[in-house]
Ligand binder design. Sequence first.
Ligand SMILES: Cc1cc2nc3c(=O)[nH]c(=O)nc-3n(C[C@H](O)[C@H](O)[C@H](O)COP(=O)(O)OP(=O)(O)OC[C@H]3O[C@@H](n4cnc5c(N)ncnc54)[C@H](O)[C@@H]3O)c2cc1C
Length: 393
Amino acid sequence: MDPERLSTKTGATLAELADGCGIDAAGLEATVARYNTDAAKGEDPDFHRGETLYSRVQGDPDHEPNPAVAPIGPGPYYAVEVVPGSLGTFAGVVTDADGAGLGADDRPVPGLYAAGNDMNSIMGGAYPSGGITLGPAMTFGFLAAEAIASGEGAKREEGNMESDPQEVDLLVLGAGAGGMTAALVAALEGLDVLLVEKTGQVGGTTSTSGGTTWVPGTHLSEDRARGGRAEFLDAIVGNRGGEDLRTAFLASGPAAIAELEAKTEVKFAAAAAHPDYLDGPGQAYGGRALGPLAFDGRLLGADFDRIRPPRREFMGLGGMMVGRAELGALLSPFASLGNFRTTITMVGRYGLDRLRYPARHPADHGKCAGGAAASIACARPECRCCSMHRQAN
Ligand SMILES: Cc1cc2nc3c(=O)[nH]c(=O)nc-3n(C[C@H](O)[C@H](O)[C@H](O)COP(=O)(O)OP(=O)(O)OC[C@H]3O[C@@H](n4cnc5c(N)ncnc54)[C@H](O)[C@@H]3O)c2cc1C
């Protein structure tokens, strides 16, 4: 998106704001008056804010009767343009529960697997919670790698690689969450993996995403012990997606996260207050949406420059990666000792990084502090996926 288009318009009055935005002033005043009448009652018949648990949690908990809706008071007024974007797709290669691509006869096409946006989404176009593209992308990347590894173990011939150095056990196209998880898990399983990325940097959309990864029932939260996950997805997704794939996702997602956490630098934390987007049976208040933890970019050495940086809008001070958990502290650094300590630590660390690595693009520093793809692209010298990147580039 062109950053210029994000410029904020201001006006001392609604009419002045409308004028600056090039819209009808009387129409804006009438809309605001109508909105205010409903908002005073805590209602939002146009956009339904505050009607779901998720929406209410995003609001101001001290505001009643609806934490997500309040009347618009005296100016000055501000307006930003909201434009549609695309964050994923849901129609793709139809697969079985191992991520194996199916042909027109519903039988697996030998050697073809899909994960991420290339795979026909298990959500079928529904949007039940935050992180529902990355969670399944990583889970089916994991499942595909495991399936390939178990099959390859039996099939691989002794000395095969030596006779033809171009031949690999697994060729992965695209270095996003789906492809990189498959490549990483397959490499950990001992397969020879070639990860082919068409751009100059790995990470894809995953690198520029919010990084929220929806995997219910992991070891990272009490949600593991709770039920209702299948019920929730059945109610929200239902016939829009395949039940067998939903079952595979719920059964194997926690194993995928546990495997990554145990064997790689990919670490997560579960958000305690991140309700599923849609109200329904089995909905959770928190614990299912995971966020990637900070990743020390120094572990990547020279490969650091191969990671696609996050979006500038997700960073502070021109390059400091800011996670959801730190946002509150940075916005109110003097509200508590904890906030102050978090702010000083983050800004101090970022300042030191800028001094130590001045040659790098400011946005690169953000990669030091987090980002889903940065941590998936664990290229520590002792890690097998390191050679994978080198092969690919
Ligand atoms: C601003 C934003 C925020 C988002 N936030 C979230 C979020 O918080 N949680 C969530 O779950 N989802 C989020 N999404 C959606 C999510 O990021 C994507 O759906 C997800 O990253 C897709 O992962 P992927 O592995 O399928 O592909 P990608 O991450 O897009 O990677 C695909 C890679 O394949 C490469 N490629 C393409 N064609 C070829 C080819 N022919 N040969 C070789 N390489 C090729 C591309 O260059 C790219 O690097 C967000 C999206 C956006 C835009």
